[in-house]
Design a binder for this molecule. Structure first.
Ligand code: ADP
Ligand code: MG
Length: 355
């Protein structure tokens, strides 16, 4: 047998490493937008306006009226692991806000053209900065990369253009802009339902009709009505359950036994972040199966707050799924409470009918 000569191992160029890492966090336009929405909510915004071109591949723009960013922080804003939300390792255990790894803006700047315009309440003008590969960049060749003063209102506007322009194979993998746009509307709709006191709007660039629009004063039921329609909004039951030993509280809105559709709608938030959970979805479907006709499924908005140190959000780079302690017990408690709620509404209804 011929002796095989091993190939030499070499380190990848840092620029390539950064692009690979960014591509794991930002898989599609919707992942970038979700991070940007979370940043706006973290900044205390009560108004979040989103404009989309080509399913977010050409343009993702988000304008908020939150705290703004200090001019002095702009040079490091898009460096990896720069954050205002985490100062020491122990803070990781107590993080309340959504993002905390200081990676979102860095990642976006690696794979798109990024412009930030921002004004704090104490600044007498807004500042505009352009970023490339984590650093301030000249807006046009030959210009200075320093942030430029400009007119603007308090808050932050983030403009992401030409996503994946420098990873053409990734860019080509997107077949349909409308598919990406519907994923975006789905995520904006979730936050629009969840975020009490925040007005959301999302539309295609140049369009007059909005895909999503809610006001900051709308109630939870009104927000569900705006996004999901009256048929479901008229059949909702409020829901709440908590448990001290398991360190969780949860509340939400459930459709009653009068309402059913072909597919379960589950709007799930854990500690303020929109996530997916197959286990919770299954438990909800199983609970409803005795109340709904065969093939019928419910609408459930469920917000769970768990002691932050019991939640691990770093299971997946896009933070889509999270792990938490005592998952089975917590899900069981929630399912039992839903069961009880549905049963009580069901009896009162059949009782009313027999009167
Ligand atoms: P993280 O959210 O994990 O801190 P990001 O890369 O998403 O990391 O953001 C980096 C920092 O930029 C944040 O910690 C915050 O201080 C600031 N920032 C980002 N977006 C906004 C915004 N819309 N309004 C105010 N500050 C923001
Ligand atoms: Mg963030």
């Amino acid at each position: 047998m011929a002796a095989l000569t091993p190939q030499r191992i070499k380190a990848l160029d840092q620029n390539v490493v950064n692009k690979i890492a960014a591509g794991e966090i930002i898989v599609a336009p919707v992942n970038a937008l979700k991070e940007l929405i979370e940043n706006s909510v973290d900044a205390g915004a009560t108004s979040i306006e989103i404009t989309i071109k080509d399913g977010g591949l050409k343009l993702l723009q988000i304008t908020d009226n939150g705290s703004g960013i200090n001019r002095e922080d702009l040079p490091i804003l898009c460096e990896r692991f720069t954050t205002s939300k985490l100062k020491k390792f122990e803070d990781l255990e107590e993080m309340q806000t959504y993002g905390f790894r200081g990676e979102a803006l860095a990642s976006i700047s690696m794979i798109a053209h990024l412009t930030v315009t921002t004004k704090t309440k104490d600044s007498n003008c807004a500042w505009r900065a352009v970023y490339a590969d984590g650093k301030l960049a000249p807006p046009k060749p030959g210009q200075s990369p320093d942030p430029k003063p400009c007119a603007g209102r308090q808050g932050t506007q983030i403009t992401v253009e030409d996503l994946f322009y420098n990873t053409p194979s990734r860019r080509r993998a997107f077949r349909s802009a409308s598919e990406e746009y519907s994923k975006i509307l789905d995520v904006v709709g979730r936050y629009a339902v969840h975020c009490n006191g925040v007005a959301f709007s999302c539309k295609k660039h140049g369009d007059t009709d909005v895909g999503v629009s809610t006001t900051s004063t709308a109630s939870l039921v009104d927000r569900i009505r705006r996004i999901h329609g009256s048929a479901v909004a008229n059949e909702l039951i409020e829901f709440e359950v908590s448990n001290i030993p398991l360190a969780f509280t949860s509340k939400g809105m459930l459709s009653n036994a009068n309402y059913h559709v072909k597919k379960t709608t589950l709007l799930l938030f854990i500690n303020g972040r929109a996530v997916e959970s197959t286990a919770i979805r299954k438990a909800i479907d199983a609970t409803y199966s005795t109340f709904l006709p065969k093939g019928g499924h419910p609408f459930v908005y469920l917000s769970i707050e768990i002691e932050p140190k019991r939640v691990d959000v770093n299971v997946h780079p896009t933070k889509r799924e999270v792990n938490f302690l005592h998952e089975d017990e917590i899900i069981e408690k929630i399912a039992a409470a839903i069961q009880e709620k549905l049963a009580s509404v069901d009896t009162s209804r059949s009782y009313a009918l027999t009167q």
